[in-house]
Design a binder for this molecule. Structure first.
Ligand code: HEM
Length: 280
């Protein structure tokens, strides 16, 4: 069965930033992993709170508005039961709404992670987040920083792309949310990868495609933008032949900086060998 999101196989999504309009009723996506992933999120929030949650001073109004907007969205669905004090999730778990900072509570309600960005002196700045499933970055390193600084380690985040992304943030309109997707290949299926020395780590034999469905929602009162990250991990074996061929086309032309950023030469070679053999 082909994987659900394959931005590398879609001409519009391949071009960065590759944004498209989002139907707001699909902002939150649940799937068969809901219960397992929510149990994992609860554990991370309890045991690794300082790793998965961060907030800056004065971020509470935008956090509150995120939670309000999320509750209104979930209330329109048949699989959530929303009341003033609590929410019953699709897995039957009751989440109290007033115990924790609002962005953290939001992270207990959905498989999505949420980053809240607010307009700073020049650019949008990351002011609060719940990030249980980071793809090899540390929230503590990025909180309070503007978008361009956040992307400092990324080789293909050029000055031109930075300008375009800043324009996107200025231009996200209330009621007209957007989405895009990115991809990367890991030799690990772990959802929670909060940076560390991963570039030097030995992974396993199986290769996985990791895709983030990223959403951009403007909050009308505070004018903050919520960046939602919904992570999907599948073994490369699950790609259709068309998806595998499209991925090979991109992997084959990656430059040295990009290869280095995404895990180094040995991993790159492993991906090439796998995809070439797969398509023979
Ligand atoms: C249209 C908007 C955006 C574009 C085009 C973009 C582009 C990129 C690209 C090309 C990468 C390299 C890895 C990959 O290909 O996925 C990346 C990584 C990253 N992005 Fe974005 N991004 C966007 C929005 C955001 C936002 C809103 C945040 C806020 C938290 C963010 C945080 C990051 C982080 C933390 C990394 C990893 C950086 C590292 O390795 O330290 N991005 N982004």
């Amino acid at each position: 069965m082909p994987v659900r999101y394959a931005p590398y196989a879609d001409a519009r999504q391949r071009r960065k930033p590759g944004l498209a309009p989002l139907d707001f009723s699909t902002w939150i996506e649940t799937d068969e992993y809901f219960s397992d992933q929510m149990t994992y999120r609860e554990r991370l929030i309890d045991e690794r709170r300082a790793v998965v949650f961060a907030e800056t001073d004065n971020s509470e109004p935008a956090q509150n508005e995120l939670l309000e907007t999320l509750l209104a969205n979930l209330d329109a669905r048949s699989d959530y039961d929303v009341s003033a004090a609590e929410v019953r999730r699709p897995d039957g778990v009751i989440v109290p709404l007033r115990d924790d900072p609002p962005v953290l509570t939001s992270g207990r309600l959905a498989q999505e992670d949420f980053c809240v960005l607010e307009k700073g002196a020049e650019e949008y700045v990351l002011t609060s987040a719940i990030l249980c499933f980071p793809s090899r970055w540390s929230l503590a390193e990025k909180i309070g920083h503007p978008l361009t600084t956040i992307h400092d380690p990324v080789p293909d985040y050029t000055e031109d792309l930075a300008k375009r992304v800043n324009r996107v943030f200025e231009g996200v309109k209330t009621g007209l949310p957007l989405w895009r997707a990115n991809w990367t290949v890991h030799d690990h299926s772990e959802l929670h990868q909060p940076s560390g020395g991963w570039r030097k780590e030995e992974g396993g034999e199986t290769l996985y495609i990791r895709v983030e469905r990223q959403t951009f929602v403007r909050l009308p009162k505070t004018q903050a933008v919520v960046f939602g990250i919904r992570t999907f991990i599948d073994p490369l074996d699950n790609l259709s032949d068309e998806q595998a061929a499209a991925l090979l086309e991109l992997v084959a032309v990656q430059d040295a900086d990009d290869i280095d950023y995404r895990g180094g030469e040995a991993l790159h070679e492993k991906i090439l060998v796998y995809l070439t053999a797969r398509l023979e």
